[in-house]
Design a protein around this ligand. Structure first.
Ligand SMILES: CC(C)(COP(=O)(O)OP(=O)(O)OC[C@H]1O[C@@H](n2cnc3c(N)ncnc32)[C@H](O)[C@@H]1OP(=O)(O)O)[C@@H](O)C(=O)NCCC(=O)NCCS
Length: 198
């Protein structure tokens, strides 16, 4: 149940249409399809992967994950979501990213995880930075917000390192209606560009 950013931007009709088209194209990403459902379920059944993430389709059955993949794909067709997977050399699902987009607000959010054997490698930090760059440059967004559980030190370090501004805490709503307290960050494209020109 991703919530839009605290800061409210308004996209022009042209900007909104361009964002929707870029989301539908999802260039450079492997969009999750029915062939990835088993791999995603296996990924999420490992609590080291799924425990810190509030908006996954719990409990992790084949049906719940398949429905989530299908729902994400329907939202992609509306320009509102991209569920992407990363595959290892054997073609197994080794991680996922879910981009939630509000095209009318030129804004987006990102959630994701890596398989446990690939965590703590420094790649997570690099992956966050790459995804952020793609959201600004590839999707054309002007604002990104992120949340993480209060005790998720690795995420917080990777998010801080990408230049995000901490803006207090929020209650993140789980699909079952319960809430989780989260740290909250924002980063604008202007801030990100300034950092990358230095
Ligand atoms: C979050 C995740 C993607 C990060 O990827 P990763 O490859 O494990 O992370 P990294 O190795 O890049 O580590 C990130 C930072 O945390 C630091 N870190 C790792 N473990 C730490 C610990 N126990 N205490 C303090 N810092 C720690 C690392 O040193 C690194 O900081 P640095 O770049 O300043 O040195 C990955 O751990 C993951 O999938 N976790 C489970 C799901 C999850 O939490 N998703 C994010 C939800 S917001």
């Amino acid at each position: 149940m991703s919530a839009p950013p605290k800061t409210v931007l308004t996209a022009s009709a042209e900007e909104e249409a361009a964002i929707r088209a870029a989301v539908r194209a999802a260039e450079g990403r492997t969009v999750a399809g029915p062939e990835h459902v088993d791999g995603l379920q296996k990924l999420f059944l490992d609590p080291r992967v799924s425990d810190p993430i509030y908006d996954l389709p719990r409990p992790f059955t084949r049906e719940s994950v398949a429905a989530w993949v299908a729902e994400s794909e329907a939202l992609r067709q509306e320009g509102r979501c991209i569920l992407a997977v990363t595959l290892d050399e054997a073609g197994e699902v080794a991680g996922y990213s879910r981009f939630t987009i509000w095209p009318e607000r030129s804004s987006g959010e990102l959630a994701g995880a890596r398989r446990a054997d690939l965590q703590n490698s420094g790649e997570g930090r690099r992956g966050v930075a790459q995804s952020i760059a793609w959201m600004f440059e590839g999707l054309g967004l002007r604002l990104i917000c992120l949340t993480a559980a209060l005790d998720n030190v690795r995420s917080a370090r990777a998010i801080d390192a990408a230049g995000f501004r901490r803006m207090g805490e929020v209650d993140s709503l789980r699909p079952d209606g319960t809430s989780r307290r989260s740290l909250y960050w924002e980063l604008t494209r202007a801030e990100w560009e300034l950092r990358h020109r230095l």
